[in-house]
Design a binder for this molecule. Structure first.
Ligand code: PMV
Length: 333
């Protein structure tokens, strides 16, 4: 068993079907709008946190290598927040292992901060309910708020005028969602992106002339998406997800200077997905802060869609299905 001052947590990435793009408060990581996602069953991150009472600083190992620079700073800032909430002072050793390429728009930060929030809060003796854990994970990376939960999750932006806006912004499972879907990820380029999502959002909010319209559309998309999930209507879910993602990319591409995550290879796959539909295959594309394209389809069509994507792009394609929420792993050291 792990001792009381250590914990291991596992969390999976989530891919938004109605995107989060833009913060209204950077320090508290409060989004401009609600968003909705599917947690995957692939690419887990496993994070161990052990308190080191004699240490004079936090030590962070990411994929076997000591973290430095902005990655280290971000994790230390997050641990400071956990210590503040727990009323503790000890530094910690963090050892985190990703199975997803980091910084490539494949939601590594969602899995990473969901696992860190659970492992760190447990190691520091906090026993948070899922809502409080979601709020905490949000402070590390907005989308991590949703990876606390399995399957479909909705992240509430919370009202700007709420007495405590931090309390009002958390994710929770989407009730009555009944849809068996697969998400096939075409891994076109797994290198780290040139512009971080944090910087890209900041630039979009500050300069994109279409950002206000994007926000209004995304509110409507969320309502329609919830209805489509409740009705188990895959074509509606796919259409909303695809237009929402393309709208997000349009708004950042009209920022000054523009943020362009779509590469020629992404465009080829986006076009190929439209072509699949014209041939009667139910497939819809979504993209995040990177060039990789994820394709939503019925579970039974996933292998066929993956083969088509491999053929089209010459790149690997990974089939994902609905996955679990963040969980503690017991019994390992
Ligand atoms: O959690 P962040 O700051 O990495 O932002 C992720 C934003 C998108 O992946 C592009 C959209 C989303 O809702 O996950």
């Amino acid at each position: 068993m792990l001792s009381s001052d250590a914990a291991i947590a596992v969390a999976h990435p989530n891919i938004a079907l109605v995107k989060y793009w833009g913060k209204r408060d950077e320090r508290l990581v409060l989004p401009c709008a609600d968003s909705l996602s599917l947690t995957l069953d692939v690419f887990p991150t496993t994070t161990k946190v052990r308190l080191s009472p004699s240490a004079t600083k936090d030590v962070v190992i990411v994929d076997g290598v000591a973290a430095s620079g902005s990655v280290l700073r971000r994790i230390r800032d997050f641990l400071d927040l956990v210590r503040e909430q727990a009323g503790r002072r000890e530094y910690a050793l963090v050892d985190t292992r990703n199975t997803v390429p980091v910084g490539a728009g494949l939601a590594s930060s969602a899995a990473g901060f969901a696992a860190l929030a659970l492992a760190a809060s447990s190691a520091y003796g906090m026993r948070l309910d899922p809502t409080s854990l979601s709020r905490l994970a949000r402070r590390g990376s907005g989308s991590a708020a949703r990876s606390i939960f399995g399957s479909f999750a909705v992240w509430h932006a919370g009202a700007s005028g709420a007495p405590d806006p931090d309390l009002a912004s958390y994710a929770e499972p989407v009730p009555h969602a009944r849809l068996d879907v697969a998400l096939v990820a075409a891994l076109l380029d797994t290198g780290p992106k040139a512009v971080s999502s944090r910087e890209a959002m900041r630039r979009t909010v500050a300069t994109s002339p279409s950002f206000r319209d994007w926000l209004a559309t995304t509110g409507t998309d969320l309502t329609l998406m919830r209805q489509a999930l409740e009705a188990g209507d895959l074509p509606a879910v796919g259409e909303i997800a695809e237009r929402n993602a393309l709208g997000m990319h349009h708004t950042m591409e009209t920022a000054v200077p523009p943020v362009r995550y779509r590469t020629p290879a992404s465009r080829t796959v986006l076009e190929g997905v439209r072509h699949m539909r014209s041939r009667g295959i139910g497939a819809w594309a979504t993209m995040d802060a990177g060039p990789n394209v994820k394709v939503l389809c019925a579970e039974g069509e996933a292998e066929r869609v993956a083969d088509e994507l491999r053929e089209l792009s010459g790149c690997p394609a990974v089939v994902a299905r609905s996955g679990p929420g963040a969980a503690l792993r017991t019994g390992a050291r």
